[in-house]
Design a protein around this ligand. Structure first.
Ligand code: HEC
Ligand code: HEC
Length: 191
């Protein structure tokens, strides 16, 4: 069994156990089932797994609902999200939203960060507020997020596999691959 799948098996085992053992699990108990991939309290240790700590509650709920309905493409989350009620999802959003931002320990390219800073101001700052540190409504917090995770998501957007909000798509489509990568580096470098 690959590492990824054994992690999933453990995570699913934890899910099954938590629902069998507790009638009404606390938000923290619910969130513990996510730790195998998203880290303790949502601070991810794996660079393709997004941190959930300090995520905007609205963006978290929006992401989970889109995974549940299949609107957002996923490797794993579509299947997982279906196991949770809307109330569970809200409770977990509250739990993760209260955690301290997790600063991913990663290398970024300084030149790309500098280019990204200019590009984000012009193209992305209207929605991704405070240089990605603040999530407004369903716009996610991206500051300090893992670079490989954001690169994967940007590729999914570019290929059309993950749908962008129309106004974001207008901006993203006008940028080159290198410019989009500079933006990923910019957000990854924010603390
Ligand atoms: C087996 C690993 C695994 C487990 C367990 C897991 N996740 Fe995920 N999660 C992922 C991956 C991988 C992604 C990226 C989307 C995808 O490919 O499925 C993701 C993405 C997300 C996102 C989107 C983040 C963003 O910035 O848009 C949210 C929200 C999320 N997961 C919540 C949860 C919650 C809540 C749990 C626990 C109930 C959980 N995940 C358990 C692997 C996992
Ligand atoms: C009109 C508002 C808007 C603009 C402009 C915008 N975004 Fe977004 N962005 C969003 C929203 C809303 C989401 C959540 C998307 C979803 O899954 O529905 C998002 C999600 C993302 C994500 C995925 C984050 C994650 O955790 O999975 C990335 C990466 C991103 N945006 C990058 C950018 C970049 C780079 C720009 C500028 C070129 C930009 N966005 C401009 C609103 C916007």
């Amino acid at each position: 069994m690959s590492k990824k799948w054994s992690t999933l098996a453990i995570a699913l085992g934890a899910l099954a156990m938590s629902s069998a053992t507790f009638a009404a699990p606390s938000p923290e108990m619910l969130a513990n089932a996510c730790a195998g991939c998203h880290g303790t309290n949502g601070g991810s240790a794996g660079d393709t797994m997004p941190s959930l700590a300090a995520q905007s509650e609205a963006a978290f709920v929006d992401a989970m609902m889109k995974f549940k309905s299949g609107e957002r493409s996923s490797t794993i989350m579509g299947r997982l999200a279906k196991g949770y009620s809307d109330a569970d999802i809200k409770a977990m959003a509250g739990f993760f939203g209260k955690q301290k931002l997790h600063i991913a320990n990663q290398m970024v390219d300084k030149k790309k960060v500098a280019l990204g800073a200019k590009l984000q101001e012009k193209n992305c700052s209207r929605c991704h507020l405070e240089e990605g540190k603040e999530g407004k409504d369903d716009t996610p917090v991206m500051a300090a997020q893992w670079l490989p995770y954001m690169q994967i998501q940007m590729e999914l957007y570019a290929s059309g596999a993950r749908k962008m909000p129309d106004k974001m798509a207008e901006k993203v489509k006008a940028l080159s691959k290198d410019e989009l990568d500079a933006l990923n580096h910019f957000y990854a470098a924010k603390k």
